[in-house]
Design a protein around this ligand. Sequence first.
Ligand SMILES: [Cu+2]
Length: 313
Amino acid sequence: MNDQTRVYSAMVVIIIMITIISIPVVYGEEKIVLIPERASDPSFDPQFPKPIEWYIPSNLKIRVGDTVTWVNNDTVQHTITSGKGVSRYEGVTGKLGVADGIFDSGLIGRGESWSYKFEKPGRFAYFCAVHPWMIGVVIVEQQIPDYPHDANGNRVTFPIMTVTPDRRYHVGITWAPSIITTGERIAFINDFFDISGTIKQHLLNYYFVLYQNGREIYRSLGYSERGSDIKYYVFSEPGPIIIRFEEIGGSPDSNVEFSTIVYGEVYEVSDIDKALISSAKMDTMVIHAITYAGMTSLVIGAGLILWWFRRKL
Ligand SMILES: [Cu+2]
C-alpha cells in the first residue's frame, strides 16, 4: 500500500464514521434495563433501602415503537421472559413463573444484552425463568391525539356532516367526550336534515349501528327528534370503530358512516416508578455518551492519521 492509497483509505474511514454518527434515531427510542450483579441471589437487595429490584428499573414506561435493551451485569445467566413471576419467598421454595409467550430472551450471560421492540400498547410483566422472583414490567403507552379524529387519525370538526348516497338527507354527528376510551359512557349526538342541510327532519326512523374489529357490537332503532337524538354506548375493547346510520327514513340506500378510534386503559406509573424511570434515562444517556465519545475519538484518530500521511507526502 503506497501513501496515496493510505490517504484515500483514511478518508474513506472518516466518511464512514461521519455517516454513522449522523444517522438520526427515527424509529423510537432505546431504553436500558440493567440486571445488577448478584440478581440471582434472592436474599440480596441490590437497591436497599429503595424497593427491591432485580431489573433496574423494574417499572419502565415507554411509548409504542420504543425498544428496551436488557443488559446483564450479573455474573450468571438470566432471561427476560414475559409472564407472571413469583414472590421471593415462593422462589426460594422452588415455585416457577408462568410464561405468556409474548417475548422470551432465552439465557443471556454476563455482559450480554437482549432487545425487544414494543409495537403494541399495554402492560407487559416479565420475569427470569431461572430466578422467577426477578420480576419487572414495561408499560407501553399509546400516543393519543388531543383532538377529535377519524380511524386514520385525521382531525375532524364537530358536527361532522355527510350526505346519504341517495342524496335525501344530511346527517350530522358529534361524540362526547371527543376522545373515546374504554369503560366510559360516550354520547353520540345525531342530527338529520333535508338535502339543503337546513330543515331539521322530525321523526325519521333509522338504525344506529356500531362496528368494531370487523363485527357489529351494537344496533339500536332511533327516531330523529326536534332536538338532537342521542345514543349512549360504553366500549369495552380498544380499537377502530365504524359508526353507521342505516336505512334512514326506511330507505335501504340511505346509509352513512363515520369512524374513530377507541383507546384502552391509560396506564399510570407511581412516583417511585417515575424516579426509577428517570434513573434509567440517565443510564441510557451515559451509554450513549460513551458510544459517542468512542466514535468521536475514532474520527479524530482517523483525522490525525490523514494529517500525518499528508505531511509525509
Ligand atoms: Cu435470573
